[in-house]
Write a protein that binds this ligand. Sequence first.
Ligand code: GDP
Length: 522
Amino acid sequence: EAISVSNLAKLIGERLAPFEQKLRVLGIEYTTHDHLLNAEEASLIAMEYDLSPVVNSEAAIDLYSKPIPNDMSKYPLRPPIVTIMGHVDHGKTTLLDSLRKSTVAAGEAGGITQHIGAFSVTLPSKKTITFLDTPGHAAFSAMRARGAHVTDIVVLVVAADDGIMPQTIEAIKHAKDAGVPMVVAINKIDRHDANASKVRESLLAHGVELEEYNGDTQSVEISALKSQGLDVLEESIITLAELSEYRAEVDIEAEGNIIESQVERGKGNVATILVKRGTLKQGDNIVAGTSWCKVRLMTNDKGESLKEALPGTPVKVMGWKNLPKAGDEVLQAKDEELAKIVVNNRLLKEERERQIKDLEVINEKRRQRKKEIEEKHASARNFKKEVWMFHKGLLKEYPTMESPFENKEQESSEEEKIKQLSVIVKADVSGSVEAVVNSLDSMGNDEVCVNVIDFGVGDINESDVIKASASKSLIYGFNVKANSKVMGIAQSEHVDIITHNIIYKLLDDVKLRLSQMLPPII
Ligand code: GDP
């Protein structure tokens, strides 16, 4: 667990300059604001300020979704959120366009609908449906893969002239896997070759139990192109939604998901949030993934600016520090400070996970290469042995011959042991770890070589020294440091720590040590 100098200063409530001064007095060498202090150092500092430290505080700080109340019945209904799926060319885009237009035609407001990734349709009954604007299964799967359960209802579009196609079957599977109920829209009913009953029959064959066959899935005949049957489709969605009673608290901190995000000219990072619970208000601080934002301006799908957004409402929000990803969970932080800490912790966590992965990759590549190098060395040793055997044969025949291997019989005939320089490598980033380790692996010959017993990213720490001591290794640091405490331990453990900022100097040092290990040449 670690905390940055500046964050600890904030927690303690001290200004940075005197804080850094205090750190130096305590013997902490690195006091730049982003330097990470370990739990021990942080505790020491806290005690210096007469605070009793509870370790593992900040690094663990994150935001979490609130538990869902057991009894939802007292909370208001929210609009259902609908995704349109189906085979390519069956009319998904056309249907979305017609639905969107129907709201404009109904004279809702504004007139111009904006593509923000989702839009709401208000029916004459004043009930509202929110449609996700990106048709297709990729978006749905991507969201689900990121743990985002955004969709309540799937509208499965099947063209009446084409019937069930591979992506229709895929959509059925997606909806079933996600446990999301479906409404079937049999589209292109205006076409002369439309055959709705055939579609219904084959849906049954694919496990979709339609009402017509005593099942509970509704089907509606529509023409997306001619805007026919859309009202019936909308009513079917409402019927299904009312059955499921989608309710949400409105008086808690906002929670939702990112629907889409992009950089817009003159606006910077913008993202559409679909509010799922609570109310998102102007001025709120929200976090999504490793980005955060203070909500200054939010607009709806009609381009109108909103002061607050209730559950089921898609809103476009500007001012993100960086681009959040579609599917990211949006959670509210009580203030800017907390938002920043959470983002920082998540970035650190991501970085740690990335490092672990990088190091695994390096290890895998090494295993492969080490095998090759060992084979090379073994064959060099074999060759020497053969040469020796050949000479031995010659010596037997010509005992008077002068041998270049004189006095070396014992040595050469012995099973030769390769001498190894054991090292631990630490470097600033995984790329430099890889570069150093690769160079070290390929150094040496069949008599001496480098044995990298461990490597990692980051400053040299206590556990590196302990490992080095146990394995009689040197520690090489590239672009990293060892603080005075670590240096002290190294000294008492008789572990050499060699740090360089130039790679060839580091390698030269290794070469020198290797050459000193070679048997003297006579
Ligand atoms: P998507 O790939 O599922 O998004 O399908 P599109 O919405 O792009 O539609 C594919 C084609 O079918 C386009 O040429 C549409 O004009 C046409 N189309 C969509 N809906 C209807 C409909 O209800 N009737 C007819 N006749 N054509 C339609």
